[in-house]
Design a protein around this ligand. Structure first.
Ligand code: ADP
Ligand code: MG
Length: 664
């Protein structure tokens, strides 16, 4: 049957579906709900603090409307269930005030945050519009939930047949149902158990495909060779002795692992992970020096100008006295000095070149590139990593990341990559006292800012937007700047964001660094590399629009010496998404945070879309579904070696997708 023959699919709907690449009945069936709305009323006697609940109640007072700030309003009114009375608040629903007359019955979902007098609702419907049960939510742009549910149900009434992509031998072992049964369960579940059971198979299948892909990539990659690097261990030992500090054990181990790779004739592909400030850079300095004693050149690729500058300063500081030529290549230098640098890189006079994306340009030719360091590797795409690699003959690669994840997971995620982790921090860094607050309690953060300014310390204020926007409700840099200037009259404030050009940015940062400005209102451009130890407080507006790992990086800008440091995570609606942000109040350990982030948001969100090797799973959760993951990864090897039709088909499909992807 054709899609257009299904009732409910008219001309307009068909073209909307086609635009989303949904062109057949099978495509519709494989378009799974993004989530389920579980409409089940709770009994008021079972109420709990800080737990999502749903109640049916009666409105007993006229709603009052409060203007908290631009585009943030709050409706508040009394409700009653039997004789139990409580206050309900809901944000940004001023339009509801007309229908919320005294006596009306409604259903609210949300939380009692601190006590049972106040309920913060995230959703509210009239009781007459409420239906108990499990409702799939497809979340497809342009197509209403109602239409989608109708189309799916009309398809399910007819005959349909979806290809089953799990080999029989596995289906038998795991006792999985046939895919057609799974499809019905997913679209029209009658119970939560039914969803769980169907999901189990879908999760397994996602991991199986991913596992096959990883296995195949490993096989292909093990064939890539790279010259052994005969470094001079004595020079390096001396150099390490001369450092102003003793390396931590983790730093020593990471260095050893890298050196072992240098000696192998296979290409090194190593990820060095550790929190901001854990001391990754010095490890890369030592590794670079070793490569130079083996008569090779080194390229250091950084995602931002700020970071490139900072690495340049660090490398020069440690290596100038060793007679090593370090050069910085950025986009804002003159044509003349660029030509000079390029000549020196080509002749081999330059030992280390540090730069941003400008290092990827075609006219940059190396004499003998043997080692590439890619900082914040998740910010570079597969293609960019390939370009820099091809400037040498299979140079060894060291990638660095401050979004660390558990080792076993990193190994399976980053395909053929080896992993070194730095867990201990060098100096006894301050833990950053972090607190999630509602916008209404902003004064609390302001009070801390005031105290810190009085101690001559400095402050960051971070916002998700640059300019005020008609459509977005988040706080912009412009808006925050106005609030800050009004509240802190004697302090000097400044604005920083990505639309400024490089020299403007540098100027503003330098003013902040030299304490000529005390408050810097900024977008996330300060995320990496900015180092102003006198800054002790950070306020992040609309914190829930950022990832956990990103907030953790951001707050790493404060607490950079022995001064007490504070971070306020401001949210509009304190009932939403707090669980996620609360982990930042509890821990300062980047490994723990990114693990939680991965579990709640998935790899695509955490590592960025450019990390194209990692799929965005629809069902599977890398952290929570560990057992299924491990089983599926083991089975992946068996599928590759099996000869039945489905196994061959799966393996070939994976091979094809790898061929169009550059081996890493
Ligand atoms: P990362 O690159 O992991 O963010 P850095 O290498 O920039 O961290 O290190 C942060 C700071 O700690 C730097 O000033 C560095 O010189 C210093 N540092 C690095 N290793 C040690 C150590 N073992 N002992 C003391 N200080 C160290
Ligand atoms: Mg660093």
């Amino acid at each position: 049957m054709l899609l257009k023959e299904i009732s409910g699919v008219g001309k307009t709907t068909l073209s909307k579906l086609n635009a989303l690449n949904i062109t057949s009945i099978e495509d519709v069936l494989l378009c799974f709900p993004k989530k389920y709305e579980i409409n089940k009323l709770d009994d008021i006697s079972s109420r709990k603090i800080n737990t999502q609940m749903m109640f049916s109640c009666q409105v007993i007072s006229k709603p009052k409307l409060f203007y908290i700030r631009k585009r943030l309003t709050k409706l508040s009114f009394q409700c009653e269930i039997n004789t139990f009375k409580f206050q309900v608040s809901i944000f940004n629903r001023e339009f509801l005030s007309h229908s919320l007359n005294v006596g009306v019955f409604i259903v609210v979902s949300g939380k009692f945050l601190k006590n049972f007098n106040n309920f913060t609702a995230s959703n509210l419907v009239l009781l007459e519009n409420f239906k108990e049960g499990i409702k799939p939510i497809y979340g497809i742009n342009d197509i209403t939930e109602h239409r989608m549910t109708t189309i799916v149900s009309n398809i399910l009434q007819n005959d349909y047949n979806i290809d089953d992509n799990i080999p029989e031998f596995i289906k038998n072992e795991q006792q999985f149902s046939n895919i057609n049964k799974i499809i019905t369960s997913i679209h029209q579940p009658k119970s939560l158990d039914e969803i769980q059971n169907a999901k189990k198979r879908l999760i397994y299948e996602e991991f199986l495909r991913f596992g096959i892909r990883i296995e195949l990539i490993k096989k292909l990659n093990s064939r890539i060779t790279s010259p052994k690097k005969n470094y001079d261990i004595n020079i390096i030992r001396n150099f390490i002795k001369k450092l102003p500090f003793e390396l931590t054990n983790d730093q020593k181990q990471a260095t050893n692992e890298i050196f072992l790779d240098f000696k192998k004739s296979t290409r090194m592909n190593r990820l060095l992970q550790g929190d901001v400030g854990s001391g990754k850079t010095i490890v890369s300095v030592i590794a670079a020096y070793a490569i130079i004693t083996a008569k090779y050149q080194v390229a250091i690729l950084a995602p931002t100008l700020v970071l490139a500058n900072q690495h340049y300063a660090t490398f020069k500081k440690f290596l100038d006295s060793e007679n090593i030529q370090v050069e910085l290549l950025t986009s804002d230098i003159t044509a003349h000095s660029r030509r000079n640098i390029l000549n020196n890189v080509k002749s081999g006079k330059t030992n280390i070149i540090i730069g941003t994306h400008s290092l990827l340009q075609g006219d940059i030719v190396f004499n003998n590139l043997g080692f590439v360091v890619i900082d914040e590797q998740q910010r570079f795409g597969v293609e960019q990593r390939r370009i820099i690699r091809e400037k040498g003959i299979n140079p060894d690669i060291l990638m660095m990341t401050a979004t660390p994840i558990p080792r076993t997971l990193a190994i399976s995620l980053f395909e053929n990559t080896d992993v070194s982790s730095i867990k201990e921090k060098p100096s006894n860094r301050q833990n950053i006292r972090t607190e999630v607050i509602g916008f209404e309690d902003l004064e609390k953060a302001y009070k801390t800012i005031e105290d810190e300014l009085n101690k001559s310390h400095q402050v960051y204020v971070i916002c998700p937007l640059i300019e005020e926007s008609e459509t977005k409700t988040a706080v912009s840099v412009e808006e925050a700047y106005k609030m800050i200037v009004k509240r802190f009259i004697t302090a000097k404030s400044d604005i920083l964001h990505g639309k400024l050009n490089d020299s403007e940015k540098t100027l503003i940062l330098n003013q902040f660094l030299s304490n000529k400005t005390q408050i810097l209102v900024s977008t996330t451009v300060v995320e990496v590399g900015v180092n102003v130890p006198n800054a002790t407080t950070m306020v992040i507006f609309n914190a829930n629009s950022f990832g956990l790992a990103q907030i953790h990086q951001l707050r790493g800008r404060v607490g950079r010496n022995d001064l007490a440091a504070y971070c306020y995570l401001v949210v509009d609606n304190i009932s939403d998404e707090n669980d996620r942000l609360n982990i930042l109040e509890k821990t300062n350990d980047g490994f723990e945070i990114s693990e939680y982030d991965l579990a709640t948001r998935g790899p695509g969100e955490v590592f960025g879309k450019t990390q194209s090797g990692i799929p965005n799973f629809k069902f599977a959760n890398l952290i929570n579904d560990v057992e299924v993951r491990e089983k599926a990864f083991l089975d992946a090897k068996r599928v590759i070696d099996s000869n039945d039709f489905i196994s061959r088909k799966l393996t070939n499909a994976c091979l094809k997708s790898i061929e169009s992807y550059n081996l890493d």
